[in-house]
Design a protein around this ligand. Structure first.
Ligand code: OGA
Ligand code: MN
Length: 290
């Protein structure tokens, strides 16, 4: 029997783990009709599995906002991202004719790691998909950290790295046809430069809620390890990127329309496969503050 303080859905859901490292599909949820106990149950599953997947959640952008807000305050999208016209906190992740978000999302990253306080969670809903392709891959940075050899763990212990957002989003400020600044491109670039000067984070972070250690560098945003020469920094970063990007630490999600995926940015990275040519793909995204 579901007790007064228990999630009723927790009694009927099936949590199906997708790999030995990361990812679980939760069934039986309608994310637009949760009570606070259900939300707490989902959050607990997220902390454990790092990314949780829900099929068939064909609800409106307002419902996506309400769902995301159950887990914290939403971030305002930066100038390099597009917003949904009537939902300023929702990001329109769109690729069409080979142009759009795929430009920067097809590089392994953790969302907003260039923020002083990076977002804790991202929620994404599939709105329009190519008939095949456009999967998203997720990697466990707990597993990446744990499987490093002892000597490398010792070397990176207490190291810090710089994360830069402006360079990663440079393509958003340029017109793909003329290769010159897009309409408002220069203004947006200036705004991005002043609002997001980049941030320094430890190379190994400790998750504030699980207490587990995670590797925290990513190929899209991490540009420099502090205290090393250029050559040392570049090569050590490359070693860590290549290590963390191994298939063993990954799960790959094949989207169907209406799927909602929620990931913990503190212990995962992700990668959007651009294997659908000029076809149209749209996702809605909400980013939740830490
Ligand atoms: C993003 C992102 C992945 C995808 O919007 O931050 O990484 O599959 N998207 O579109
Ligand atoms: Mn992303």
């Amino acid at each position: 029997m579901a007790g007064k303080n228990r999630s009723k859905l927790s009694e009927t859901t099936n949590i199906s783990q997708l790999t030995g490292c990361i990812g679980a599909e939760l069934t039986g949820f309608e994310l637009d009709r949760l009570d606070k106990f259900d939300a707490a149950f989902i959050y607990k599953a997220l902390l454990k599995h790092q990314v949780v997947f829900f099929r068939d959640q064909n609800f409106s952008p307002s419902s996506l906002v309400s769902f995301a807000k159950r887990f914290g305050r939403l971030e305002t999208p930066h100038a390099g991202l597009r917003r949904l016209p009537r939902h300023p906190n929702l990001i329109l992740v769109e690729t069409k004719g080979g142009i759009g978000s795929a430009k920067y999302n097809e590089i392994w990253h953790s969302d907003g790691s260039f923020n002083f306080t990076p977002p804790k969670i991202t929620v994404m809903q599939a709105i329009k998909l190519p008939n095949v392709g456009g999967d998203t891959l997720f990697a466990s940075m707990y597993s990446a950290y744990n499987s490093l050899s002892k000597p490398i763990k010792k070397i990176i212990h207490k190291m810090e790295a710089f994360h830069d957002g402006v360079n990663a989003f440079r393509a958003s400020f340029i017109d793909p046809d003329t290769k010159r600044a897009a309409v408002d491109g220069e203004d947006k670039l200036k705004r991005m430069q002043s609002d997001y000067p980049g941030a320094i984070h430890p190379v190994v972070i400790q998750h504030s809620e699980t207490g587990r250690k995670a590797l925290y560098v990513n190929r899209l945003f991490t540009t420099r390890i502090l205290g090393l020469s250029d050559v040392e920094s570049r090569n050590l970063l490359n070693l860590l990127f290549e290590h963390a990007e191994q298939s063993t630490f990954q799960v790959r999600w094949r989207w169907t329309k209406g799927d909602v995926v929620m990931w913990d940015n503190r212990c995962t990275m992700h990668f959007a496969a651009m294997d659908y040519g000029k076809k149209h793909r749209i996702m809605h995204r909400a980013t939740i503050r830490d």
